[in-house]
Each structure stands twice: as C-alpha cells, then as structure tokens.
Design a protein around this ligand. Structure first.
Ligand code: BGC
Length: 271
C-alpha cells in the first residue's frame, strides 16, 4: 500500500459556501491541518475575506473565489481559477446549501428550483469538475494515497422526512444517491467520495431553532446527546474524511448529529 499521509500538508482544497456556518468551519479546519484552501462564496465577500485573512494570519494559505454553484459557467470558471492559482486540487467539499421553507401546498416552482439548483445541481457540478481535475492531474503519492477526495455536506434529512421543507429534504436524499453512485463509479480510479450528514448545528441557516431559550429547549428534545452541534464538530469530521487516515472509506455517509437519527421519541421504549 502507498504511504499514508495523516496531515493535509501539500494538498489543495476547495470548499463551497465557505464564508459562513459549516463551510467556514470546514475551510478553517482543513487549513489548520495543512491544506491550502479556496473559500467559495456568493454573497458577503467581506465574510469570505475574513476567513482568508484569519487562515493566512495563522500561517496557512487561502484565497476567496465567488461563484454561484448552481451555474455551470461559474463553477467551471471557479475551478479554472483555483487550478491556475494552486496548480491542482486534491480535496473538494461540496457544502453550499440553502433552505427556502414553505408548506407543501404553498410551495412555488421557484422555491423548489432554487433549492434544487444550489443543493443538488451545485453538488453535481462541483463533484464533476473535481473528478475531472483529479483524473487530469494523476496520482501524487507524495501528498496522498488517493487520487482525490470529494465530500458532500448532506443532512440528517437525507433520511428524516421534513414537513415544511420538502424541497430541502429532497435535495439531501438526492445527495445520498449522488454520492453513492459517484463513489461506485470512481472508486477504481482511487477517488474517494463520501458525505457528512450534520444534525442541528448552530449556524445562520437555523438560527431561529436555537437562538431563544424556548427554541433551544424544544430542539434539544430531538438530540439524545443533549447539546446542539458546533460547526467545529463538522470541521473535524471533514479533516478525517479528507486525509489518508480514512483511506479505506468511500461511499459512506458519516452522521454527525448527536444521535438525532436514533428516533429519540422511542428513547423510553415507545408506545
Ligand atoms: C438543517 C437545519 C436543521 C437540521 C436538523 C439541517 O440540515 O439545515 O436547519 O436544524 O438539519 O433538523
């Protein structure tokens, strides 16, 4: 077996939606583990620049690139710029995601399409560009024993149905099969493809679910481990999945959810 590299030194990573929330924590964690990181964003460029300057200030290397992941031309331009600047990519984290909540009866096609576009089509476009670059570049055993690593940010809602969020839950269910099918197709090339499925993590996307004492108590009722997750919980999982420490792991979803998928309603034996 080729040498395994526990750190990410010498590797180049791209993280979509990396100017806030989970993406930001993943970008910071990959950089702390030694990777150079592309911080993708679409709104709030100053937040992306802050992530970049923090990484650089702590001795790392990063750059921000704006792109709407739902648009093929913008995704391709972002990968082109990243590869021109860094030489190649070894790790791509398809993380950008949005929620546009609505009751099913009221859900418009625009609301449906917006979420499918970013969460699912964006994941397809970024994973495809990643795989194309890994294949073009070829093996670099001095940095990793895999040709490349693709990590999707999924959600517990790839298995938990979610009333009022049908568009969002559908994209996460879709990411599960996207991830498994791409993993199956690319494993022989030594490309590893996995997902992280976070539960409730304190980020701007779900602020209303945790920023008052009442909301937090209600949310904790769904989390057996009895704490709401922090973005850093996901950053650590991403570093492991990106490094050779997880070299035999592909086609897997790593749930990082404090037990949210354990049917907490049955904790006392159910009916
Ligand atoms: C959603 C959050 C939600 C969590 C648990 C995530 O995928 O983005 O809004 O709190 O799932 O329900």
């Amino acid at each position: 077996m080729a040498d395994r590299h526990p750190s990410l030194v010498g590797q180049h990573a791209l993280v979509t939606g990396a100017n806030s929330g989970i993406g930001e924590a993943v970008a910071r964690a990959l950089a702390a583990a030694g990777a150079s990181v592309v911080v993708n964003y679409i709104t709030q460029p100053e937040a992306a620049e802050q992530v970049v300057s923090d990484i650089v200030a702590s001795g790392g290397s990063a750059l921000a690139i704006r792109a709407d992941v739902s648009r093929e031309d913008e995704v391709r331009a972002m990968f082109r710029q990243a590869i021109e600047t860094l030489g190649t990519l070894h790790i791509v984290v398809s993380n950008a995601g949005i929620q546009r909540d609505s009751s099913f009866l009221e859900m418009t096609l625009d609301t449906w399409n917006a979420v499918i576009g970013v969460n699912l089509t964006g994941s397809f476009l970024c994973a495809r560009e990643a795989a194309r670059e890994f294949v073009r570049r070829g093996m670099q055993p001095e940095v990793s024993c895999a040709l490349g690593k693709i990590i999707f940010t999924s959600s517990v809602h790839q298995v938990i149905p979610w009333a009022g969020h049908v568009n969002y839950a559908t994209t996460k269910g879709g990411i599960a099969q996207l991830m498994r099918s791409v993993a199956q197709e690319l494993a022989h090339r030594k490309i590893r493809v996995n997902s992280i499925a976070p539960g409730a993590i304190k980020t701007p996307i779900n602020r209303s679910a945790w920023d008052t004492a009442g909301a937090e108590q209600k949310l904790l009722g769904l989390i057996p481990y009895d704490r709401i997750g922090e973005p850093e919980d996901i950053g650590k999982a991403a570093v492991w999945l990106a490094s050779d420490e997880s070299d035999y792991v592909t086609g897997t979803t790593l749930f990082v959810d404090g037990g949210m998928t354990l049917f907490p309603g049955f904790a006392t034996g159910g009916g």
